[in-house]
Design a protein around this ligand. Structure first.
Ligand SMILES: C[S@@+](CC[C@H](N)C(=O)[O-])C[C@H]1O[C@@H](n2cnc3c(N)ncnc32)[C@H](O)[C@@H]1O
Length: 988
């Protein structure tokens, strides 16, 4: 492909083992550029590929030319609108009316034809679109450039997701409902998990948690982190991200560990002589009931050779060879078989790949069906989504090794190179209804290629499916992305017999799992640490994928989070610390002076870190002002101070995080008291302080811990590179949260609020759905390797010089979940004020504004004051009685109604009870048996907490200002929605 051929937005993320999926910002474009710049049209051919697929007869002969030509063209940009409801409709209508309507007809720009945007007719609610503009056109046309910007910002803000059209199909056929227990076996980077979560939350009211959950699993740990990041935007407490080889995802959990009651008091027996085992002691853990893990819905979107993504990843033209698909087949079958085992009777499983290759497609499905002996059936979904063009699955195909094609296993058995019987068609397979499988061809809908089979489990699997020894955890498994030397070695020790037919078949699977669980249980009972799973992958990153040792990350950690939320918090610090607008300038003036660290009595490390961070901000602002005023000497001085203060904040925060309870600085003997450091020396002083002796506070104790091993877990845990999950049990904090926000005691903060670090002052608090918590509780031996879970609802927030009653602010992400239960610290604001807040982000309160002398300049020559001021009397009087600190600003019910937004809910105690009860109902066991998939005309399949949230923002009341704590991109989106609805209303 020549350079001129590139699409304006490049392609999306890659598929398959090693290829990552980029989303957000311009990274797509960069990925794309690096992949395509060196691939010319002449490179887009591969004789082996053409020979293989011509022989397979999966492309009608008269379409072959079209098929190849389409594969050589770059992929259009495809995106879908996230969620459903008012916001999603608004976005769709805006796109249609403001942008796409202008591109209808035979539009040409400077002689180049513009392909009009195309709505994907089969995607529910008209929420998915395809755009096809070249980079060249983007440069020439303001309207195309505006569309580009809009889509980019909407993607950044999380209201749309870029995703290849056919990749959206498998989740639609899975028909996920809110009560389902869902497993996404190979989930990263998570575009389908996102859809599954939306379906799970579909129909949930704000504050309501669906009773089901989604476990998103991937064998690659780093890709699990990517997945966690990508799915944040759904705002779901029902997600657990795990890291296993899907073919060995734990099928049995040890159950909740029970401690036998103490025996009745009896006369003490003489101690047993040494070397004689004592009788099972009454205080020994009783072996718990085994708990079988079952799911109602399973997506097996397996790693594959990926030739369906040739348009997105043209480098595959060069790399494609017959061995790719052949070598993946055994792993794909293992994963599918294990999925069948984990599936609940009556449950549905979708097997999908992005390859045209029948060895990875029909061959796997056919072998799976045969092995399951009628326990699985292939569903006929031909009536679902009729506008989605598809080809029926094949009953016959050919298998090839590096030498030649073979018509049957008999032919290949002796001379075939690395071939397995399961890859071949057979009369028994030909009798299966394989035509029910679906293959999506690129030239039919200007898409990529995909294969989908929808299966239902109608009865328990025959025992013999899993009877044979597990001989085939072969090199394919050992080479799985993310597999560690430990797993690979473990796999090899299981061995591959000569006649294994390569399938990870089996076995001794039950035994292996049982042994694993028993060993882990024994180890746990002995309070030991068993690395029963994969061992340490050597990664040291937290749930967000940040390096633990990264100084910036730690700077915010114990230091009052001042530097954490740059967009949200910096503004708050600026205006809440002390005296508002006027204060900004006075601080700027002093910020040029080296900062004193020994001021004030009883300065704790936390306060010191906070003070240092604030000083850093003040100094940085001062430096900026000086640069703007052209005073380079002052700017340089202030910059050095900012640097030194920030370093100090990092150092003190490190110490605080490490659990040192340092003595107040002035406790030091007089001679050793902190001297005011000279400019440039602060960092060194801070380092010394950070290593000074202190009282070790020790890690916090909790009643349970699951997973992980990092972040202070006392026993080390099994997985030293993953953060553990543990309940927040500090009642002093819980009581403050309940009291400050007026949350009714029924709301299960006490049982469902967790932290990901065993810190005395955890930085973030996450809410986990009951269903996820139950799953974790069944896993008493911690077999499931949890990478992340929970919805962030609170973030630690302390501000200097402010009486901040609650150390945790709400997180905008978790607001839709907790808002209905919040009865204090919330105010209604008229739409105009909300617009002002979203636009300016910080509004000065009148008293502070009055204190600023208009026209006066600071010592460095900058104008004082001059900040947007909050003047609305109704808001000011509503704000007055509220405490300093976090609050929620929302539209009134009537304004929300008029503007067409979901009205904010303030649940009465009774309603709160009902909402909570409906959030934790037991999942019905009956699963719809209708052989239909969701997604028919007009049927709504998406939803989500975020999508249906009322119009409300987290804000911060300081002594001098009101600031909102929402990221800039999200502010812009909200502002756009609000203004557009207000405009509509005014023109009505
Ligand atoms: C086709 S991609 C999945 C795409 C994903 N479903 C989505 O929609 O974003 C295949 C994924 O399988 C993972 N993988 C490879 N081998 C695996 C295994 N044995 N078990 C689980 N995941 C595996 C890869 O790391 C990769 O992320």
């Amino acid at each position: 492909m020549g350079r001129g051929q590139k699409r304006g937005w490049g392609g999306g993320g890659g598929r398959g083992g090693g290829r990552g999926g980029g989303r957000g910002g311009d990274s797509w474009r960069q990925d794309k550029r690096s992949k395509t710049d060196f691939i010319t049209r002449d490179d887009m051919r591969n004789a082996a590929f053409e020979e293989y697929y011509r022989a397979q007869d999966i492309i009608p002969a008269d379409e072959w030319g079209d098929f190849l030509a389409t594969l050589r063209r770059p992929l259009p940009v495809t995106f879908r609108i996230n969620g459903s409801g008012k916001f999603a409709d608004h976005l769709r209508d805006k796109l249609q009316q403001d942008f796409f309507a202008k591109l209808c007809g035979n539009l040409t720009i400077e002689g180049e034809a513009v392909t009009p945007p195309r709505q994907l007719p089969w995607y529910p609610n008209g929420y998915a679109w395809q755009l096809e503009f070249s980079r060249n056109l983007l440069r020439k046309s303001p309207i195309l450039a505006a569309i580009h910007d809009f889509v980019k910002h909407a993607n950044d803000a999380g209201s749309i997701s870029r995703q290849e059209a056919v990749s959206m199909v498998p989740p639609l056929f899975l028909d996920v409902q809110p009560h389902h227990r869902v497993l996404d076996m190979c989930a990263a980077p998570g575009s389908k998990t996102f859809q599954l979560l939306e379906a799970l939350h579909s129909g949930s009211r704000p504050g309501q948690t669906p009773p089901g959950f989604v476990v998103a699993n991937d064998a690659d740990f780093m890709r699990c982190n990517l997945l966690t990041h990508q799915t944040k935007r759904v705002c779901s407490p029902c997600l657990m991200v795990s890291n296993h080889d899907a073919s060995r995802f734990p099928a049995y959990l040890a159950g909740a560990l029970q401690i036998s009651p103490p025996p009745p008091a009896e006369p003490a027996e003489p101690a047993a002589p040494k070397g004689v085992a004592s009788a099972p002691g009454a205080s020994e853990p009783r072996r718990p009931h085994r708990y079988q893990v079952r799911f109602d819905r399973i997506l097996a979107d397996v790693p594959c050779s990926g030739d369906g993504t040739l348009r997105k990843s043209p480098d595959i033209w060069r790399k494609w060879n017959i061995n790719g698909g052949n070598s993946l087949h055994p792993m794909q079958l293992r994963i599918a078989l294990h999925g069948a085992k984990l599936l609940e009777v009556g449950g549905r499983m979708v097997y999908s790949t992005c390859t045209f290759n029948p060895v990875e497609d029909e061959a796997v499905v056919a072998e799976l069906l045969l092995r399951c002996g009628g326990a699985l059936e292939l569903l006929d979904v031909s009536e679902c989504m009729p506008q989605l063009r598809r080809m029926a699955g094949k009953h016959q195909w050919k298998v090839k090794d590096k030498h030649r094609f073979y018509g049957s296993w008999e032919e290949a058995r002796v001379i075939g190179y690395k071939l397995e019987e399961s890859m071949f068609p057979s009369p028994a397979k030909a009798a299966l209804p394989l035509e029910r499988c679906m293959r999506f061809l690129p030239h039919h809908g200007d898409t990529g290629g995909f294969f989908v089979a929808v299966l239902r489990k109608v009865s328990e699997l025959p025992v013999e499916v899993f009877k044979h020894a597990r001989r085939g955890v072969t090199e394919a498994s050992a080479a799985a992305p993310g597999s560690t030397p430990a797993t690979a070695a473990a796999s090899r020790t299981i061995g591959t017999g000569p006649d294994t037919n390569g399938l990870a078949e089996p076995i001794a699977e039950e035994d292996a799992e049982e042994d694993e669980a028993a060993a882990a249980m024994a180890a746990c009972a002995a309070a030991g640490v068993a690395d029963a799973e994969d061992g340490d992958q050597g990664e040291v990153s937290d749930a967000d994928g940040k390096d633990e040792a990264e100084p910036e990350a730690n700077a915010a950690d114990g230091g009052g989070e001042v530097g954490e939320d740059v967009d949200g918090m910096a503004g708050v610090v600026e205006r809440t610390a002390a005296t508002g607008a006027a204060d900004h300038d006075s601080r700027a003036a002093v910020a040029e002076e080296p900062v004193s660290w020994d001021s004030g009595p009883n300065l704790t490390p936390l306060e010191a870190a906070r003070a240092a961070a604030e000083a850093a901000i003040a100094a940085a602002e001062s430096a900026l002002a000086a640069y703007e005023a052209g005073d380079l000497d002052s700017a340089l001085r202030a910059s050095k101070n900012a640097d030194a203060s920030a370093r100090r904040a990092v150092a003190v925060a490190h110490r605080e995080k490490a659990g040192f309870r340092a003595r107040p600085f002035q406790d030091k003997p007089r001679g050793q008291q902190q001297q005011r450091p000279r400019v440039g020396e602060e960092a060194q002083v801070a380092e010394e302080e950070a290593t000074a002796d202190g009282e070790q506070a020790g890690p916090v104790q909790t009643s349970w811990i699951r997973g992980g091993g990092g972040r202070g877990r006392p026993d080390g845990g099994k997985y030293s590179y993953i953060d553990p999950v543990a309940p927040l049990e500090d009642d002093s904090v819980l009581s403050i949260l309940y009291d400050y926000y007026g949350i009714p005691p029924d709301f299960p903060l006490r049982s469902q609020l967790v932290m990901r670090a065993l810190d005395r002052h955890p930085k973030r608090l996450y809410f986990v759905a009951r269903s996820v918590l139950d799953l974790m509780m069944q896993d008493s031996t911690e077999v499931i390797k949890i990478v992340s879970t929970g919805l962030k609802v609170f973030e630690r927030q302390l501000v200097r010089d402010q009486v901040n009653e609650c150390p945790y602010r709400l997180s905008q992400e978790g607001l839709p979940l907790v808002l209905p239960y919040i009865t204090r610290q919330r105010i209604e604001v008229p739409p105009q004020v909300l617009v002002q807040l979203l636009r300016d982000r910080n509004l000065i309160l009148p008293a502070a504004a009055a204190a600023a002398v208009v026209g006066e300049t600071t010592p460095s020559g900058n104008p004082r004051g001059n900040k947007p001021t909050l003047t609305d009397e109704s808001v000011l009087s509503a704000l007055a009685p509220l405490k300093l600190g976090c609050l929620v600003c929302e539209l009134s019910a009537s304004d929300a109604h008029q503007l067409g937004f979901a009205a904010s809910v303030r649940a009465s105690p009774e309603e709160a009870k009902a909402l909570l009860a409906s959030s934790s109902v037991t999942a019905p066991q009956a699963v719809p048996t209708k052989a239909t998939a969701n997604g028919g005309d007009g049927e709504e399949v998406t939803g989500g907490l975020a999508a249906n949230a009322p119009f409300a923002v987290v804000a911060w009341k300081g002594p001098a200002s009101l600031a909102i704590m929402v990221e800039k991109a999200e502010c812009a989106q909200m502002l756009d929605k609000l203004e557009s609805e207000m405009k509509k209303l005014s023109t009505c």
